[in-house]
Design a protein around this ligand. Structure first.
Ligand SMILES: *Cc1c(COP(=O)(O)O)cnc(C)c1O
Length: 370
């Protein structure tokens, strides 16, 4: 073995248990596929792809379609293989060795992870116990660390909370560098930071086809930002990074916006039902503006509850061992049937695993190994 870069030695990489189960509610995918008409349209166009030629390097047609859907210019759109690659490209261009990236925890783990891979220093601001973000903490982190890039996720993952508009505005007022608003779940929420974008503002908004568009299998994401910033990203990303098939799939998907809106509406309705039922079960439910719900099983062991669900062939996300998320679990909203199966399995598990008064408030010492 040869040694990896010193600064990568302590990194762990991304983990999400992939278990073979009947009900899979752990990665915030859409529970239903895009419409058949979309699949047929993609198949027809793919049959005409010039396989011996490189794809359109600028992904012109796709970027124009995305730009049109948001009422912006195609030169304000950067596309890549999932919004994770969008984030990576942003961080390669604006973070890297000697630079500082700020996050407010708990939030999407990949922001800090990718920043560290680029060699940047990550500073972690803290959210309050209810996972909201105190303006004083934003001010402290920005003033003390002068980050080159600061992240906000709205709705936030894994909490589901929608960030208030004035928190984004505050960051724009105070941040010395780039503000990235990750809107992977924006269609499930009631506002977007897209309206704040202009050429004079160092703000980008990232979106993905993985969630609302039912296209996690395609790996496609994009950002909207100032044209000068998009031009820098184009210098950093690999040539021809976006294959021809993906460019077709993304462009055609946008023709089925009504189907997407219908799926979103159904998930939002189910989110309301699942949240209410979780509260009836006596659990602490974090209000969600996304397609998942974070809840806390106070007085019980979160991992045991998760395992009990797996034993009943229901897989959700076990966040109980993550920093700041003791006894928290996150469930993706599925089809109505899947949600009902999840709720009845959970009811059963809660009946079996009794509340233990001793572990009401896990401490550092006993929280880790339970
Ligand atoms: C799911 C998710 C993404 C999506 O990443 P892709 O690479 O587009 O699949 C990005 N940001 C957040 C906060 C997410 O939860």
């Amino acid at each position: 073995m040869i040694p990896v870069r010193d600064d990568l030695r302590a990194l762990e990489g991304y983990h999400s248990a992939q278990v073979d189960v009947r009900v899979r509610l752990n990665t915030n995918e859409s529970p239903t596929p895009p419409p058949d008409a979309f699949r047929d349209a993609v198949a027809a166009e793919v049959s005409r792809v010039d396989w011996h030629r490189y794809p359109d390097r600028a992904a012109t047609a796709l970027r124009e379609a995305i730009a049109e859907s948001h009422g912006v210019d195609a030169a304000q759109v950067f596309v890549a293989n999932g919004s994770n690659e969008v984030l990576q490209t942003v961080l390669l261009a604006y973070a890297g060795p000697g630079r500082v990236v700020a996050t407010f925890e708990p939030t999407y783990q990949m922001h800090a992870q990718i920043a560290r891979v680029t060699g940047a220093t990550v500073v972690e601001g803290e959210r309050a116990d209810d996972f909201t973000l105190d303006p004083a903490e934003v001010e402290r982190v920005l003033a003390e660390h002068q980050p080159h890039v600061v992240f906000l996720t709205s709705p936030n993952n894994p909490t589901g909370l929608v960030e208030p508009a004035d928190r984004v505005q505050q960051m724009l007022d105070l941040a010395p560098g780039l503000v990235v608003v990750d809107e992977a779940y924006a269609q499930f929420a009631d506002w977007t930071a897209l309206d704040l974008i202009d050429e004079a503002t160092p703000l980008v908004v990232t979106r993905t086809f993985s969630k609302t568009w039912s296209m996690a299998g395609a790996r496609l994401g994009y950002l909207i930002g100032p044209t000068w910033l998009v031009a820098e990203l184009e210098k950093v990303v690999l040539p021809y990074h976006l294959d021809a098939v993906k460019q077709i799939a993304g462009r055609l998907a946008l023709r089925y916006v009504e189907d997407m809106d219908d799926r979103v509406a159904q998930i939002v309705a189910e989110r309301t039902r699942v949240s209410a039922e979780l509260a009836v079960l006596g659990l602490t439910v974090i209000p969600s503006g996304a397609n998942f719900v974070l809840f806390r099983v106070d007085g019980r062991d979160g991992h045991d509850i998760w395992q009990g669900l797996v034993d009943r062939s229901v897989l959700i996300r076990d966040c109980s061992g993550w920093p700041r998320l003791a006894n928290c679990l996150r469930v993706t909203i599925g089809t109505p049937d899947e949600n009902t199966e999840f709720l009845s399995a959970l009811t059963e598990v809660l009946g079996v695993i009794a509340i233990d008064d001793q572990t009401d408030f896990p401490t550092e010492e006993n929280g880790a190994d339970q």
